[in-house]
Design a protein around this ligand. Structure first.
Ligand code: ATP
Ligand code: MG
Length: 615
């Protein structure tokens, strides 16, 4: 058994509130923050101090979770720290979870530690195997692994029900817990308020033997839901309401997705979570700020169980950080579920969803999401990160690695009237300007081309340098052309633009620069282009804070979050699912992993080249 200087019942003091200004964080949603390197994390100095003090010397790890008796059989723990990512399997993971994953797995990786994946499934309702599988897949996809030193380190809190129960009996026997028969309303009324102390339950001092008998009867199913609860006996006058004899077990006749009908009493989260951490030998238990007020109970419980010989010291310590909030996004499983159930989006992996699977389908890479998480600080002050920071992370990740190509999203026919019918010439462009070794791509120049409708005007406004009658522009990687005229249909829509090419101006030839032009437009050969369906995705919400206050977040949905167009892609574009390109001038696109085939490409716009929101 190892010991440390932590005294029983004493909350850990090592939780400083950092006063460091945080790059990339804005209280004001309209501030466009941008930073390029890893942001501050107030936990690093704490971990470094723990390691410098050799706080975990002598800590043992049996290779699996368990109480002191089991861990004492183990070997000295080779993991320098242990963290965990503990999702409740009741929904799909979202961007907020990605942050927690990056923090927990990231810190473990940085400091020679191990991070466990723990399915926190102590609540029988709403939890499901479907979510368990999806969570594991999402964590893996993000690039993290819970396996280490031959241990799988994927754990289920429900596997600890026996120990949690055993500990409850131990607490009763030690006079530190009792079975209360007050009604839920009485318990609430007697809890007191922020300004008034609570009132002791008439059952508070019943003999331990009586509580023990009742707890066993509860377990055997002899008492209906809501009739009895087990409470920790702490202090009904504590200024922290969470210490006023918190409920630790309740009767709940419910089927659990893993333990079936083995249990009809279930531990409360606040009781279960510290025990889960301790059984797994977690050193730094990192959670979000709303658990700060629970920390004294966390410490009380573990210290008492350690004093009773059930757990080893050093005990895990809880640290809280502010949840990741992002403008234009909701990160609440309940709200995301509502979007799916009510059909506002096409499922959990709709490319507009801030779920990890939605982001993946949209074309975000794991590296882009990790980059975004690394650029947002870990602090104790609430803030909202600008959505543009997420988009910028995608650009920064994709720019150096993504093949260039051309697409025309809103096509208008351009006919080069002096270019012979049937003729075609090969034009060349770099596959990736950042990677010259990747070489060039080739595509034909012909008499009939598709250009963007927006690249032509009947009458040019000021500073419009693209096509209009009489103007010269360069067809990128091809020739300089001069616009001659255009045709219209009965409704006045432009149907075709006509131009003449200047043969000596071909890109890559000595004559290319003989004529200077201000406009440079992209095009594809009409006879060779690949047709594609392209979804132009935008922010799902039009309001920067859709979930603030009492706002109806559904009323904040962006009606233009998805526009679908029929586009033409550069010939040779092989749209196998998941392929990603930068279409010149337009942005980053990916072939939809579900709907796309090379024969019938379906593309998603990941992000535009520049932040043009609201422009
Ligand atoms: P939700 O409110 O969406 O249901 P949750 O906190 O209830 O989220 P859990 O499954 O309990 O979801 O979360 C697993 C872990 O992820 C927890 O440690 C939780 O603190 C963390 N987490 C969840 N949302 C965020 C967020 N927005 N920012 C940082 N961490 C988060
Ligand atoms: Mg939760």
């Amino acid at each position: 058994m190892t010991t440390s200087g932590t005294s029983p019942g004493k909350p850990s003091e090592a939780n400083p509130t950092p006063g460091v200004p945080t790059p990339g964080v804005s209280d004001n949603a309209s501030t466009h923050a941008s930073v390029s390197h890893a942001a501050s994390n107030y936990l690093r100095p704490i971990i470094e101090a723990d390691l410098a003090a050799d706080r975990y010397r002598g800590k043992r790890w049996a290779g699996h979770p368990g109480p002191a008796a089991a861990q004492n059989q183990g070997r000295p723990d080779t993991a320098r720290i242990r963290t965990r990512f503990p999702p409740e399997p009741n929904g799909y993971l979202h961007l907020g979870h990605a942050k927690s994953i990056c923090v927990n797995f990231g810190l473990a990786g940085e400091y020679g530690g191990v991070c466990h994946l723990r399915l926190d499934d102590t609540n029988p309702e709403k939890e499901d195997q479907e979510y368990v599988d999806a969570i594991a897949e999402a964590v893996h996809w993000l690039g993290f692994d819970w396996k280490a030193d031959g241990n799988d380190n994927r754990y289920y809190a429900s596997d600890y029900f026996d120990w949690m129960y055993e500990f409850a009996e131990t607490l009763i026997q030690a006079g530190q817990a009792y079975v209360d028969a007050q009604t839920p309303d009485e318990i609430r009324a007697n809890r007191g308020t922020l300004t008034e102390p609570g009132v002791n339950s008439p059952w508070r001092d019943r003999p331990a033997a009586e509580s023990l008998t009742l707890l066993r009867e509860m377990r055997e199913g002899k008492h209906p839901d809501g009739s009895l609860v087990l409470r920790a006996k702490i202090d009904m006058a504590s200024p922290n309401i969470n210490l006023r004899d918190p409920i630790i077990y309740r009767v709940r006749h419910a089927h659990h997705h893993r333990t079936g009908d083995a249990w009809c009493i279930y531990p409360m989260y606040t009781y279960a979570h510290p025990i889960e951490d301790a059984l797994e030998g977690i050193t730094h238990s990192i959670c979000t700020l709303e658990f700060e007020d629970q920390r004294p109970f966390y410490d009380w419980l573990l210290a008492h169980l350690a004093d009773l010989g059930k757990l080893n010291r050093p005990l895990p310590r809880q640290y809280e950080f502010a949840r990741l909030n992002v403008t234009y996004v909701v990160t609440s499983k309940r709200k995301l579920l509502q979007l799916v159930k009510e059909g506002h989006v096409d499922g959990w992996d709709d490319p507009r969803m801030p779920t990890i699977f939605g982001l993946r389908r949209r074309g975000y890479t794991p590296a882009a999401i990790r980059l975004f998480c690394d650029r947002t600080a870990v602090t104790k002050s609430d803030s909202r990160i600008d959505y543009s920071l997420l988009e910028q992370a995608a650009r920064d990740d994709l720019d150096p690695i993504t093949a260039r190509s051309v697409a025309v999203l809103d096509p208008l026919k351009l006919v080069i009237t002096n270019y012979p019918e049937g003729r075609s010439e090969i034009c060349r462009a770099p596959r990736n300007p950042h990677a010259p070794e990747a070489g060039n791509r080739e595509f034909p120049f012909t008499r009939e081309l598709w250009i963007e409708r927006d690249d032509f005007r009947e009458e040019a406004p000021k500073k419009y340098f693209r096509l209009f009658p009489g103007n010269l522009v360069r067809l990128k990687y091809g020739y300089v052309v001069k616009c001659t005229d255009y045709t219209k249909d009965a409704a006045g829509n432009i149907t075709e633009v006509h131009a003449e090419y200047l043969p000596e101006t071909r890109s890559g030839t000595p004559g290319a620069d003989s004529i200077k032009v201000k406009g440079n437009i992209t095009w594809v050969s009409a006879a060779h282009a690949v047709p594609a369906t392209v979804h132009l995705y935008d922010r799902l919400f039009a309001d920067p804070m859709p979930d603030a206050g009492d706002k109806d977040f559904l009323a904040c949905l962006n009606p233009k979050s998805r526009q679908t167009v029929q586009a033409w892609l550069e010939p040779g574009t092989h749209a196998s699912p998941g392929a990603t390109w930068q279409f010149e001038r337009l942005g980053y696109f990916t072939a939809d992993r579900v709907a796309s085939t090379p024969e019938a490409p379906v593309l998603n716009r990941i992000v535009t080249l520049r932040d043009s929101w609201g422009a």
